[in-house]
Write a protein that binds this ligand. Structure first.
Ligand code: MN
Length: 207
């Protein structure tokens, strides 16, 4: 198994302006995400776990495969690594209107309509106390989409739920531009969600 690496952003640091500013993107990617990559590699290295045959999402789905001494650290850095990877991938400067296809249908079933879905997601995101994430996930047990929050860098994978879309609500994700105005950040973020990408993730699960 090769070491985990900081994934390249599929757009420039300033591409999401004015919704997410260049400086925030740069520090968030180069410093914060890099720190999760380094922490994960270092922790797995301590148990020769860099040779762990499974990818981090599988490890997070069953942390009991790891020695107890490093479970919490892998949960934090591994979650941080994978959460941020998905976060970058689910953003785009293209300004897409919203979901279509099967995902749109499913949103209509469980949230009535897209506007109401956005409202419920935003409310849930606002309810997070301290650092955490808000997610649209696929619940395999009940074969449905749902909203959840996680604290710190906990991953939906550790709850055996498949993340489709995630919003980082650590202050490092928005504080330079939005300071305490968390709702303004959430409202802005809707403008840069890559619905094509989210839909593809969902469609692959449905096939
Ligand atoms: Mn972050």
């Amino acid at each position: 198994m090769v070491k985990y690496e900081l994934p390249r952003l599929p757009y420039a640091y300033d591409a999401l302006e004015p919704y997410i500013d260049k400086q925030t993107m740069e520090i968030h990617h180069k410093k914060h995400h890099q720190a999760y990559v380094d922490g994960l590699n270092k922790t797995l290295g301590e148990i020769s776990g860099e040779f762990h045959p499974q990818y981090i999402t599988s490890i997070l789905s069953d942390l009991n495969t790891l020695p107890e001494s490093i479970r919490n650290t892998v949960n934090f850095f591994g979650g941080g690594f994978e959460n941020h990877k998905l976060f970058w991938e689910s953003l785009t400067p293209k300004n897409e209107a919203g979901p279509s296809g099967k995902l749109e249908d499913s949103i209509d079933v469980y949230f009535d309509n897209f506007e109401n879905f956005k409202k419920e997601f935003s409310n849930k995101a606002m309810s997070i106390q301290g650092s955490g994430w808000c997610w649209l996930v696929f619940n395999q047990t009940f074969n449905k989409i749902e909203l959840i929050t996680t604290t710190n860098q906990d991953s939906p994978w550790t709850r055996r739920k498949i993340p489709l879309l995630g919003l980082d609500l650590w202050e490092h994700a928005y504080y330079l531009k939005y300071q305490n105005k968390k709702l303004d950040f959430i409202d802005a973020w809707w403008n840069v969600v890559n619905w094509d990408y989210v839909e593809n993730r969902f469609s692959e699960l449905m096939d």
